[in-house]
Write a protein that binds this ligand. Structure first.
Ligand code: PLP
Length: 388
């Protein structure tokens, strides 16, 4: 028996492999500090948990509409309109189990084999994986340290061709923490105006911007052909709940809903009601979490810049730092493995996010200041043993 050929084109997230190896080492009695994690180390705010519990007790335990319950579509339309300075109709908002399905379905709903998709590299690995699986051609847009872990409008424009069907953007970004400035978005939008393609803007870290305000490419006159994606995992520390939403172009509402019906039918209604509580309720705990990330960001960046062979620019958003390790003389994957096996520190090689991640590591600061400090010390000890 053989499995489908198409699966050879489907990638994965190395984060899950590193986590599995770290857990195996822990099971053998090794200590491990986890800086590979892509989720807040905070609990979901209690009023959100309570809303779900209440909904379950009240019987929200049945199938519900495939595009999402009206209450959440309304709440998400209100939130996106408010935070992006747009007017978004609830009829164009769809809800899925996590933000991730929009990456999969977004590509499937817009691209044919042979189409080109521009995507950030280094970037969230699922972009390239899904593009390849769909039969479209991935066209990497290098995200460089020189550009403050963003890119220029020229970089993007150079990659547009008549075959470009979709442009994927992500700000604030995983894995770099980079934020695309408003002026760059304005310039990018000008270039995209004359080009007949869809845009998928992944804004799941939109609340985690440390200097200035979040800016969406959709706000620059492109909403009608943009999938504007946000979710609950990062903002409300709800990774395990699996809840996400997007405002989508009008003509994609029906095809995307059909894909949902073929795949997961609907998103659990009790969790959607919790999502309503999140988007319409108090934001104090979210603000407190982000303030704590801001403090840790400084700790991580200063600590990394103190290590031999390592430099790190200040990330402007999300909860990741992306230190340059070229001065250590090690390849990113080798450093990842040595840190894991010899130092008891789990973090990800920049190459887990694409070939342009060579020479970098992704450090998640979704861990306590004590653990971050201890991990930096273990890194120092390892790097001091490495001949440069
Ligand atoms: N997009 C980016 C850039 C991410 O980093 C992640 C999660 O790590 C996701 C999407 C998926 O988020 P969710 O948990 O809502 O599916």
């Amino acid at each position: 028996m053989t499995i489908a050929d198409s699966l050879s084109r489907l990638g994965t997230e190395t984060a899950f492999e590193v986590l599995a190896r770290a857990k195996a080492l822990e099971a053998q009695g090794h200590e491990m500090i986890h800086l590979q994690i892509g989720e807040p180390d905070f609990d979901t705010p209690p009023h959100i948990v309570e809303a779900a519990a209440r909904a379950l007790r009240d019987g929200a335990t049945h199938y519900c509409p495939a595009p999402g319950i009206p209450e959440l579509r309304e709440a998400a339309a209100g939130y996106l309109s408010r935070t992006r300075g747009l007017e978004i109709d609830a009829g164009r908002v769809l809800v899925t189990p996590g933000a991730k399905p929009f990456l999969f379905f977004g590509v499937l709903a817009t691209c044919n084999p042979g189409d080109e998709v521009i995507y950030p590299n280094p970037g969230f690995p699922i972009y390239e994986s899904v593009i390849r699986w769909s039969g479209a051609t991935p066209v990497p847009l290098p995200i460089t340290e020189d550009a403050g872990f963003a890119f220029s409008a020229d970089d993007l424009a150079e990659r547009l061709t008549p075959r470009t069907k979709l442009v994927i953007l992500n700000s604030p970004a995983n894995p770099t923490g980079g934020v695309v400035p408003r002026a760059v978005n304005a310039e990018v939008a000008k270039r995209l105006h004359d080009h007949d393609c869809y845009i998928l803007t992944d804004e799941v870290y939109s609340e985690m911007v440390y200097d200035g305000e979040h800016d969406s490419i959709a706000s620059h006159g492109l909403l009608d052909r943009t999938i504007l994606l946000d979710g609950f995992s990062k903002t409300f520390a709800m990774t395990g709940w699996r809840l996400g939403y997007a405002a989508v172009p009008a003509e994609l509402v029906e095809p995307l809903t059909r894909l949902f019906i073929n795949c997961h039918s609907c998103t659990p209604p009790a969790f959607q009601l919790a999502g309503v509580a999140a988007l319409t309720g108090p934001m104090d705990e979210v603000r407190a979490m982000i303030d704590e990330f801001r403090v840790r960001r400084e700790l991580v960046v200063n600590g990394l810049n103190d290590l031999p062979g390592v430099t790190c620019i200040e990330p402007k958003g999300a909860f990741y730092a992306f230190p340059n390790i070229s001065g250590t003389g090690l390849k990113a994957r080798d450093l990842q493995n040595q840190l894991l096996e010899e130092a008891g520190v789990a973090m990800l090689a920049g190459t887990s996010f694409g070939e342009y991640g060579e020479g970098y590591m992704r450090v998640s600061y979704a861990n306590s200041p004590e653990n971050i400090t201890a991990a930096l010390q273990k890194m120092r000890e390892l790097l001091e043993r490495v001949p440069v």
